[in-house]
Design a protein around this ligand. Structure first.
Ligand SMILES: *Cc1c(COP(=O)(O)O)cnc(C)c1O
Length: 412
Protein backbone atom coordinates (compact mmCIF):
# COMPACT_ATOMS: atom_id res chain seq x y z
CA UNK A 1 0.00 0.00 0.00
CA UNK A 2 2.70 2.45 1.06
CA UNK A 3 4.84 1.28 -1.82
CA UNK A 4 2.03 2.05 -4.29
CA UNK A 5 1.70 5.56 -2.93
CA UNK A 6 5.40 6.20 -3.40
CA UNK A 7 5.22 4.94 -6.98
CA UNK A 8 2.44 7.40 -7.69
CA UNK A 9 4.45 10.37 -6.49
CA UNK A 10 7.44 9.43 -8.64
CA UNK A 11 6.80 10.60 -12.18
CA UNK A 12 9.70 9.31 -14.25
CA UNK A 13 8.45 10.95 -17.46
CA UNK A 14 8.40 14.32 -15.77
CA UNK A 15 11.94 13.78 -14.50
CA UNK A 16 13.14 12.72 -17.95
CA UNK A 17 11.98 16.07 -19.29
CA UNK A 18 14.62 17.70 -17.09
CA UNK A 19 17.42 15.89 -18.95
CA UNK A 20 17.67 17.16 -22.54
CA UNK A 21 20.24 14.56 -23.65
CA UNK A 22 17.68 11.81 -23.09
CA UNK A 23 15.76 13.18 -26.09
CA UNK A 24 18.62 12.62 -28.54
CA UNK A 25 19.20 9.61 -30.72
CA UNK A 26 22.36 7.73 -31.70
CA UNK A 27 22.66 5.74 -34.94
CA UNK A 28 19.06 6.75 -35.60
CA UNK A 29 17.83 5.02 -32.42
CA UNK A 30 16.54 6.64 -29.25
CA UNK A 31 19.44 6.84 -26.81
CA UNK A 32 19.18 4.45 -23.89
CA UNK A 33 21.72 5.55 -21.36
CA UNK A 34 22.68 2.77 -18.95
CA UNK A 35 26.20 3.99 -18.14
CA UNK A 36 25.38 6.05 -15.09
CA UNK A 37 28.09 4.34 -13.06
CA UNK A 38 30.66 6.00 -15.34
CA UNK A 39 28.98 9.38 -15.39
CA UNK A 40 25.48 10.76 -15.01
CA UNK A 41 23.57 13.04 -17.35
CA UNK A 42 22.87 16.67 -16.41
CA UNK A 43 19.51 18.30 -15.81
CA UNK A 44 18.68 21.52 -17.67
CA UNK A 45 19.08 23.57 -14.46
CA UNK A 46 22.75 22.55 -14.26
CA UNK A 47 23.35 23.26 -17.95
CA UNK A 48 21.68 26.66 -17.51
CA UNK A 49 23.77 27.40 -14.42
CA UNK A 50 27.01 26.75 -16.32
CA UNK A 51 25.85 29.04 -19.11
CA UNK A 52 24.71 31.72 -16.68
CA UNK A 53 27.99 31.67 -14.77
CA UNK A 54 30.07 32.34 -17.87
CA UNK A 55 27.53 34.73 -19.40
CA UNK A 56 26.87 36.84 -16.31
CA UNK A 57 29.15 36.19 -13.37
CA UNK A 58 32.57 34.94 -14.44
CA UNK A 59 35.29 36.28 -12.16
CA UNK A 60 38.04 35.00 -9.88
CA UNK A 61 37.09 34.35 -6.27
CA UNK A 62 38.44 35.11 -2.80
CA UNK A 63 40.62 37.96 -4.02
CA UNK A 64 38.71 40.78 -5.65
CA UNK A 65 37.08 43.84 -4.19
CA UNK A 66 35.00 44.28 -7.29
CA UNK A 67 31.36 43.37 -7.75
CA UNK A 68 31.71 40.27 -9.91
CA UNK A 69 34.46 38.76 -7.81
CA UNK A 70 32.37 39.13 -4.71
CA UNK A 71 29.35 37.69 -6.46
CA UNK A 72 31.27 34.65 -7.71
CA UNK A 73 32.80 34.17 -4.25
CA UNK A 74 29.37 34.27 -2.62
CA UNK A 75 28.00 31.75 -5.11
CA UNK A 76 30.97 29.42 -4.65
CA UNK A 77 30.71 29.55 -0.87
CA UNK A 78 26.91 29.14 -1.09
CA UNK A 79 27.50 25.94 -3.09
CA UNK A 80 29.75 24.69 -0.31
CA UNK A 81 26.93 25.28 2.17
CA UNK A 82 24.38 23.52 -0.04
CA UNK A 83 26.68 20.48 -0.11
CA UNK A 84 27.33 20.74 3.63
CA UNK A 85 23.59 20.69 4.31
CA UNK A 86 22.92 17.86 1.90
CA UNK A 87 25.50 15.55 3.47
CA UNK A 88 24.81 16.96 6.94
CA UNK A 89 28.40 17.91 7.71
CA UNK A 90 28.76 19.80 10.95
CA UNK A 91 30.76 22.67 9.40
CA UNK A 92 31.01 24.13 5.91
CA UNK A 93 34.84 24.19 6.11
CA UNK A 94 34.72 20.41 6.33
CA UNK A 95 33.67 20.43 2.66
CA UNK A 96 36.79 20.70 0.49
CA UNK A 97 36.37 21.17 -3.24
CA UNK A 98 38.55 18.82 -5.29
CA UNK A 99 38.71 17.70 -8.91
CA UNK A 100 36.74 14.58 -8.08
CA UNK A 101 36.86 11.36 -6.09
CA UNK A 102 40.33 10.38 -7.31
CA UNK A 103 41.71 13.79 -6.39
CA UNK A 104 40.03 13.67 -2.97
CA UNK A 105 41.50 10.25 -2.17
CA UNK A 106 44.92 11.35 -3.39
CA UNK A 107 44.67 14.36 -1.09
CA UNK A 108 44.07 12.13 1.93
CA UNK A 109 46.67 9.56 0.84
CA UNK A 110 49.28 12.27 0.54
CA UNK A 111 48.38 14.54 3.40
CA UNK A 112 47.07 12.11 6.03
CA UNK A 113 49.82 9.79 4.80
CA UNK A 114 52.40 12.35 5.89
CA UNK A 115 51.27 11.82 9.50
CA UNK A 116 51.98 8.05 9.34
CA UNK A 117 55.15 6.05 10.01
CA UNK A 118 56.76 2.87 8.76
CA UNK A 119 54.85 -0.21 9.88
CA UNK A 120 51.48 1.57 10.13
CA UNK A 121 48.69 -0.26 8.33
CA UNK A 122 46.03 0.80 5.85
CA UNK A 123 43.09 -1.47 5.07
CA UNK A 124 41.22 -1.39 1.76
CA UNK A 125 38.98 -4.03 0.17
CA UNK A 126 39.14 -6.37 -2.79
CA UNK A 127 36.36 -4.51 -4.60
CA UNK A 128 37.98 -1.08 -4.68
CA UNK A 129 38.17 1.17 -7.72
CA UNK A 130 41.77 1.79 -8.83
CA UNK A 131 41.33 5.29 -7.37
CA UNK A 132 41.11 3.75 -3.92
CA UNK A 133 44.00 1.32 -4.45
CA UNK A 134 46.82 3.08 -6.27
CA UNK A 135 47.08 6.21 -4.06
CA UNK A 136 47.49 3.92 -1.03
CA UNK A 137 50.13 1.80 -2.76
CA UNK A 138 52.03 4.98 -3.59
CA UNK A 139 51.68 6.21 -0.03
CA UNK A 140 52.78 2.87 1.45
CA UNK A 141 55.83 2.89 -0.76
CA UNK A 142 56.69 6.43 0.32
CA UNK A 143 56.16 5.92 4.04
CA UNK A 144 56.89 2.22 4.51
CA UNK A 145 53.29 1.48 5.52
CA UNK A 146 51.55 -1.83 4.93
CA UNK A 147 48.47 -2.25 2.75
CA UNK A 148 45.97 -4.96 3.70
CA UNK A 149 42.99 -6.05 1.66
CA UNK A 150 39.63 -7.31 2.96
CA UNK A 151 38.69 -10.29 0.79
CA UNK A 152 35.23 -10.83 -0.70
CA UNK A 153 33.13 -13.92 -1.33
CA UNK A 154 31.64 -15.16 -4.61
CA UNK A 155 28.50 -13.09 -4.11
CA UNK A 156 30.56 -9.93 -3.85
CA UNK A 157 30.16 -9.32 -0.13
CA UNK A 158 33.07 -8.38 2.10
CA UNK A 159 34.19 -11.21 4.39
CA UNK A 160 33.77 -9.31 7.62
CA UNK A 161 35.40 -11.94 9.85
CA UNK A 162 38.60 -11.38 7.86
CA UNK A 163 38.28 -7.67 8.41
CA UNK A 164 37.87 -8.26 12.16
CA UNK A 165 41.10 -10.21 12.31
CA UNK A 166 43.00 -7.57 10.32
CA UNK A 167 42.14 -4.71 12.64
CA UNK A 168 44.74 -3.89 15.26
CA UNK A 169 46.35 -0.94 16.96
CA UNK A 170 48.61 -0.72 13.87
CA UNK A 171 45.61 0.10 11.68
CA UNK A 172 45.60 3.84 11.00
CA UNK A 173 43.09 4.08 8.19
CA UNK A 174 40.38 1.95 6.64
CA UNK A 175 39.50 3.13 3.13
CA UNK A 176 36.57 1.30 1.56
CA UNK A 177 34.00 1.95 -1.08
CA UNK A 178 30.50 2.65 0.20
CA UNK A 179 29.03 1.01 -2.89
CA UNK A 180 30.93 -1.03 -5.47
CA UNK A 181 30.89 0.47 -8.95
CA UNK A 182 31.34 -2.97 -10.57
CA UNK A 183 29.09 -5.12 -8.40
CA UNK A 184 26.62 -2.73 -6.83
CA UNK A 185 27.31 -4.18 -3.37
CA UNK A 186 26.31 -1.84 -0.55
CA UNK A 187 28.96 -2.36 2.10
CA UNK A 188 28.18 -2.47 5.84
CA UNK A 189 29.95 0.83 6.40
CA UNK A 190 28.31 1.59 9.75
CA UNK A 191 29.79 -1.62 11.15
CA UNK A 192 33.19 -0.91 9.52
CA UNK A 193 33.28 2.59 11.01
CA UNK A 194 32.30 1.45 14.47
CA UNK A 195 34.84 -1.38 14.55
CA UNK A 196 37.65 0.75 13.11
CA UNK A 197 37.09 3.52 15.61
CA UNK A 198 37.44 1.03 18.46
CA UNK A 199 41.05 0.61 17.32
CA UNK A 200 41.57 4.32 16.84
CA UNK A 201 41.67 3.94 13.05
CA UNK A 202 40.13 6.59 10.80
CA UNK A 203 37.72 5.64 8.04
CA UNK A 204 37.53 7.00 4.50
CA UNK A 205 34.48 6.14 2.43
CA UNK A 206 34.66 6.26 -1.34
CA UNK A 207 31.21 7.69 -1.98
CA UNK A 208 31.48 7.98 -5.77
CA UNK A 209 28.59 5.50 -6.15
CA UNK A 210 26.54 6.21 -3.06
CA UNK A 211 25.49 9.85 -2.81
CA UNK A 212 23.38 9.67 -5.99
CA UNK A 213 21.48 6.62 -4.75
CA UNK A 214 20.94 7.12 -1.05
CA UNK A 215 20.81 9.62 1.75
CA UNK A 216 24.25 10.09 3.29
CA UNK A 217 24.60 11.82 6.64
CA UNK A 218 28.15 12.58 7.75
CA UNK A 219 27.27 13.11 11.39
CA UNK A 220 25.20 9.95 11.62
CA UNK A 221 27.70 7.82 9.69
CA UNK A 222 30.55 9.31 11.71
CA UNK A 223 33.08 8.53 8.97
CA UNK A 224 36.25 10.62 9.04
CA UNK A 225 36.50 11.22 5.29
CA UNK A 226 34.00 10.88 2.46
CA UNK A 227 34.84 11.47 -1.20
CA UNK A 228 32.57 11.92 -4.21
CA UNK A 229 32.57 13.24 -7.79
CA UNK A 230 30.33 15.99 -9.15
CA UNK A 231 29.88 14.34 -12.52
CA UNK A 232 28.34 11.17 -11.06
CA UNK A 233 25.77 13.14 -9.12
CA UNK A 234 24.27 15.06 -12.07
CA UNK A 235 26.81 17.88 -11.83
CA UNK A 236 29.77 18.92 -14.00
CA UNK A 237 33.05 17.05 -14.54
CA UNK A 238 36.27 18.28 -12.99
CA UNK A 239 34.81 18.97 -9.57
CA UNK A 240 34.22 16.83 -6.52
CA UNK A 241 34.27 16.91 -2.77
CA UNK A 242 36.33 15.67 0.09
CA UNK A 243 34.48 15.79 3.37
CA UNK A 244 36.74 15.48 6.40
CA UNK A 245 36.28 16.04 10.11
CA UNK A 246 37.71 19.41 11.06
CA UNK A 247 39.90 18.17 13.89
CA UNK A 248 41.58 15.68 11.57
CA UNK A 249 41.94 18.06 8.60
CA UNK A 250 43.43 20.68 10.91
CA UNK A 251 46.24 18.30 11.81
CA UNK A 252 47.04 17.35 8.23
CA UNK A 253 49.66 19.25 6.21
CA UNK A 254 48.60 20.92 2.93
CA UNK A 255 48.44 18.76 -0.19
CA UNK A 256 49.54 21.37 -2.72
CA UNK A 257 51.07 24.81 -2.41
CA UNK A 258 50.03 27.94 -4.23
CA UNK A 259 47.66 30.85 -4.16
CA UNK A 260 44.63 30.90 -1.84
CA UNK A 261 46.03 28.22 0.51
CA UNK A 262 48.35 30.60 2.35
CA UNK A 263 47.93 33.08 5.18
CA UNK A 264 51.29 34.80 4.75
CA UNK A 265 54.23 34.14 2.45
CA UNK A 266 57.80 35.27 2.95
CA UNK A 267 60.93 33.58 1.61
CA UNK A 268 61.80 32.54 5.17
CA UNK A 269 58.49 31.00 6.18
CA UNK A 270 54.98 30.57 4.86
CA UNK A 271 51.96 30.10 7.08
CA UNK A 272 48.94 28.31 5.75
CA UNK A 273 45.39 29.48 5.40
CA UNK A 274 42.66 27.91 7.49
CA UNK A 275 40.15 25.32 6.33
CA UNK A 276 38.86 24.78 3.71
CA UNK A 277 41.32 27.02 1.83
CA UNK A 278 44.38 25.21 3.17
CA UNK A 279 43.50 22.35 0.82
CA UNK A 280 42.38 24.44 -2.16
CA UNK A 281 45.54 25.79 -3.78
CA UNK A 282 45.17 27.93 -6.88
CA UNK A 283 42.13 29.12 -8.78
CA UNK A 284 39.60 26.34 -8.40
CA UNK A 285 36.96 25.08 -10.82
CA UNK A 286 34.67 27.95 -9.88
CA UNK A 287 31.84 27.25 -12.28
CA UNK A 288 32.14 23.54 -11.44
CA UNK A 289 31.74 24.18 -7.73
CA UNK A 290 28.79 26.52 -8.19
CA UNK A 291 27.04 24.17 -10.60
CA UNK A 292 27.67 21.14 -8.40
CA UNK A 293 25.70 23.15 -5.84
CA UNK A 294 22.91 23.48 -8.42
CA UNK A 295 22.99 19.71 -9.05
CA UNK A 296 22.79 18.92 -5.35
CA UNK A 297 19.92 21.36 -5.00
CA UNK A 298 18.13 19.60 -7.86
CA UNK A 299 18.71 16.23 -6.19
CA UNK A 300 17.53 17.50 -2.83
CA UNK A 301 14.15 18.38 -4.31
CA UNK A 302 13.56 14.77 -5.34
CA UNK A 303 12.33 12.18 -2.89
CA UNK A 304 15.32 9.92 -2.31
CA UNK A 305 13.06 7.10 -1.02
CA UNK A 306 11.11 7.09 -4.29
CA UNK A 307 14.33 7.22 -6.27
CA UNK A 308 15.60 4.18 -4.39
CA UNK A 309 12.50 2.09 -4.89
CA UNK A 310 12.32 3.05 -8.58
CA UNK A 311 15.99 2.14 -9.12
CA UNK A 312 15.60 -1.11 -7.15
CA UNK A 313 12.64 -2.05 -9.29
CA UNK A 314 14.63 -1.39 -12.47
CA UNK A 315 17.56 -3.48 -11.24
CA UNK A 316 15.44 -6.46 -10.13
CA UNK A 317 13.47 -6.35 -13.36
CA UNK A 318 16.63 -6.28 -15.48
CA UNK A 319 18.27 -9.08 -13.48
CA UNK A 320 15.22 -11.31 -13.74
CA UNK A 321 14.97 -10.78 -17.50
CA UNK A 322 18.71 -11.29 -18.05
CA UNK A 323 18.65 -14.50 -16.05
CA UNK A 324 16.30 -16.00 -18.63
CA UNK A 325 19.14 -16.12 -21.17
CA UNK A 326 21.18 -19.28 -21.42
CA UNK A 327 24.76 -19.02 -20.20
CA UNK A 328 24.04 -15.80 -18.32
CA UNK A 329 26.10 -15.07 -15.24
CA UNK A 330 25.36 -12.05 -13.06
CA UNK A 331 28.53 -10.84 -11.37
CA UNK A 332 27.68 -9.38 -7.98
CA UNK A 333 24.77 -10.96 -6.17
CA UNK A 334 25.17 -9.40 -2.75
CA UNK A 335 22.15 -9.23 -0.49
CA UNK A 336 22.25 -5.45 -0.44
CA UNK A 337 22.79 -3.92 -3.86
CA UNK A 338 22.12 -0.73 -5.77
CA UNK A 339 21.01 -0.43 -9.36
CA UNK A 340 24.09 -1.92 -10.99
CA UNK A 341 23.77 -5.08 -13.07
CA UNK A 342 27.09 -6.54 -14.17
CA UNK A 343 27.00 -9.69 -16.28
CA UNK A 344 28.81 -11.95 -18.69
CA UNK A 345 27.53 -14.57 -21.09
CA UNK A 346 29.27 -17.91 -21.67
CA UNK A 347 31.49 -17.87 -24.74
CA UNK A 348 30.81 -14.19 -25.54
CA UNK A 349 33.37 -11.46 -24.99
CA UNK A 350 31.86 -8.49 -23.12
CA UNK A 351 33.33 -6.09 -25.66
CA UNK A 352 31.55 -7.78 -28.60
CA UNK A 353 28.18 -7.67 -26.89
CA UNK A 354 28.76 -4.08 -25.76
CA UNK A 355 29.61 -3.03 -29.31
CA UNK A 356 26.45 -4.57 -30.73
CA UNK A 357 24.34 -2.95 -28.01
CA UNK A 358 25.91 0.40 -28.84
CA UNK A 359 24.86 0.07 -32.48
CA UNK A 360 21.31 -0.31 -31.19
CA UNK A 361 21.51 2.96 -29.28
CA UNK A 362 22.24 1.44 -25.88
CA UNK A 363 25.12 2.82 -23.82
CA UNK A 364 26.54 0.26 -21.38
CA UNK A 365 30.05 -0.06 -20.08
CA UNK A 366 32.21 -3.06 -20.87
CA UNK A 367 35.57 -3.96 -19.41
CA UNK A 368 37.11 -4.05 -15.96
CA UNK A 369 35.48 -0.82 -14.70
CA UNK A 370 38.75 0.31 -13.10
CA UNK A 371 38.61 -2.72 -10.80
CA UNK A 372 41.12 -5.12 -12.32
CA UNK A 373 41.89 -7.03 -9.10
CA UNK A 374 38.16 -7.67 -8.73
CA UNK A 375 37.95 -9.10 -12.26
CA UNK A 376 40.96 -11.31 -11.43
CA UNK A 377 39.10 -12.58 -8.37
CA UNK A 378 36.13 -13.64 -10.51
CA UNK A 379 38.56 -14.93 -13.17
CA UNK A 380 36.90 -12.94 -15.94
CA UNK A 381 38.29 -10.36 -18.37
CA UNK A 382 35.53 -7.91 -17.57
CA UNK A 383 31.77 -7.56 -17.55
CA UNK A 384 29.00 -5.73 -19.29
CA UNK A 385 27.61 -3.27 -16.82
CA UNK A 386 24.21 -1.65 -16.99
CA UNK A 387 23.95 0.98 -14.27
CA UNK A 388 20.64 2.75 -13.83
CA UNK A 389 19.73 6.22 -12.68
CA UNK A 390 16.33 7.46 -11.56
CA UNK A 391 15.55 8.72 -15.09
CA UNK A 392 15.71 5.24 -16.58
CA UNK A 393 12.53 3.26 -17.26
CA UNK A 394 11.22 -0.28 -17.48
CA UNK A 395 10.44 0.32 -21.16
CA UNK A 396 14.12 1.04 -21.76
CA UNK A 397 14.99 -2.25 -20.07
CA UNK A 398 12.55 -4.09 -22.36
CA UNK A 399 14.30 -2.59 -25.39
CA UNK A 400 17.68 -3.46 -23.86
CA UNK A 401 16.62 -7.08 -23.29
CA UNK A 402 15.43 -7.43 -26.90
CA UNK A 403 18.73 -5.93 -28.03
CA UNK A 404 20.68 -8.43 -25.92
CA UNK A 405 18.64 -11.24 -27.45
CA UNK A 406 19.26 -10.00 -30.98
CA UNK A 407 22.98 -9.54 -30.30
CA UNK A 408 23.41 -12.99 -28.76
CA UNK A 409 21.77 -14.59 -31.80
CA UNK A 410 24.26 -12.77 -34.01
CA UNK A 411 27.26 -13.70 -31.86
CA UNK A 412 26.42 -17.37 -31.31
C1 LIG B 1 34.12 6.75 -10.57
C2 LIG B 1 34.67 6.21 -9.32
C3 LIG B 1 35.85 6.70 -8.77
C4 LIG B 1 36.68 7.76 -9.45
O1 LIG B 1 35.96 8.93 -9.68
P1 LIG B 1 36.60 10.06 -10.61
O2 LIG B 1 35.45 10.98 -10.84
O3 LIG B 1 37.06 9.39 -11.86
O4 LIG B 1 37.72 10.68 -9.86
C5 LIG B 1 36.28 6.18 -7.59
N1 LIG B 1 35.58 5.23 -6.95
C6 LIG B 1 34.44 4.73 -7.44
C7 LIG B 1 33.70 3.69 -6.66
C8 LIG B 1 33.94 5.19 -8.65
O5 LIG B 1 32.82 4.69 -9.14
Amino acid sequence: MIKDQIQLTFDVQKIRDDFPILRRSVYGKDLIYFDNGATSQKPQVVIDAINEYYTENNSNIHRGVHYLSQLATTQYEEARKIIQNYINALLSEEVIFTKGTSDAINLVAFSFGETLSAGDEIIISAMEHHSNIVPWQMMCERKGCILRVIPIDQEGDLIMSEFDSMLSSKTKLVAVTHISNSLGTINPVEEIIEKSHKFGAKVLLDGAQSIQHMHVDMQKLDCDFYAFSGHKVFGPTGVGVLYGKKEILDQMPPYQGGGDMIAKVTFEKTTYNELPHKFEAGTPNISGGICLGTAIQYLSKLDIQSIQSHEQELASYAEAKLNEFEGMRIIGTAKKKTSVVSFIVDGIHPFDLGTLLDKQGIAVRTGHHCTQPLMDFFEIPGTIRASFAFYNTKEEIDIFISAVERSLTMLR
